[in-house]
Design a protein around this ligand. Sequence first.
Ligand code: F6P
Length: 365
Amino acid sequence: MAAKRIRSIAVMTGGGDCPGLNAVIRAVAKTAINKYKLDVWGVRDAYLGLIENRIDRLSYGDVSNILTVGGTILGTSNVTNPFRLAVAHGRRMRYKDVSDDCVKALADRKIDALVCIGGDGTMAVAARLAKKGLTIMGVPKTIDNDLYGTDVTFGFDTAVTTATEAIDKVHTTASSHHRVMIVEVMGRYAGWIALYAGVAGGADVILIPEIPYDLSKVCEYVLGRSQRGKCFSIISVAEGARAKDGQMVVSHRVAGSPEPIRLGGVGNKLANDIAGQTGLDCRAVVLGHVQRGGTPTAYDRTLATNFGHTAVELLMKGRKNHLVVLKDGHFSSIGLGRVANRIRTVPKRHELIRAALAVNTCFGV
Ligand code: F6P
């Protein structure tokens, strides 16, 4: 059967915000308007806007001058799952499937396809909506760089740049005060930011979720440095890192969110544990959402533009329910079903881990 002709598309941003979202929106809308004369719509606040029927026309002017701007002009949400919408009933939460409302909101406006820019949670929901008949093209977003199927997500390079600058800055405090400075970066199940920023910033210790650490090895390493006259150490730790015999440090939970666990606190825990075992002066800095803000790097702007353009080109060729990916230097796509509920973690034998080990970086093992 011939693919349905696409005359009108909508674009939405889902999950945590990320540098480069606006660059993708711009590339999607400008390609669609300029090259294919499509009607373009913007969904407000991710799936929440679909559920609440908040979808507006996007003109060429609406997407001008946003290439370098952080955040998303459409708004986003990482707490809304249309298949399990949390609704308060007094002091209790009940969960409703309102996914049909999403389908109807698009059908009512005769929107033929939806470009979903998001991470694993957004793609898992997109894959389910596709089964209800929607035509979807995903674009891989997340500073964590952990989306399955693509070699890189946009936003990661900017986050690594921000985290590297932070590590560079704490070096002076660490050496002046003879301290162990711990920089906690984002990365729930994958330690890409901690690894790349750690190597770029010359961290002495890098702790990532993929390699549970042995506290005594970390302590031995930083004490050894002190004894050799290097009276300070820098530790780059992913928020999802955990001790071999411990758990991830959960800060709180968000009911109804596709990814309900919010992490945070491993940096302070490490500072206490290392100080307790070594007597060294330790401090932790939690970078948090600083990593998600600011203007995207040149790399992220170009990657985002390529992703947005490719999303529209693939839709116009009849491809649907796929995620645009960059694989081995080429833009292509893979089925949403293959991406949903999977994470791309750092392989233990990754080349950057091997390089870091060669320059004597400790991974706590
Ligand atoms: O997935 C991106 C991410 O930034 C994670 O690294 C982090 O754990 C989470 O989002 C934080 O989410 P929130 O914005 O709800 O605090």
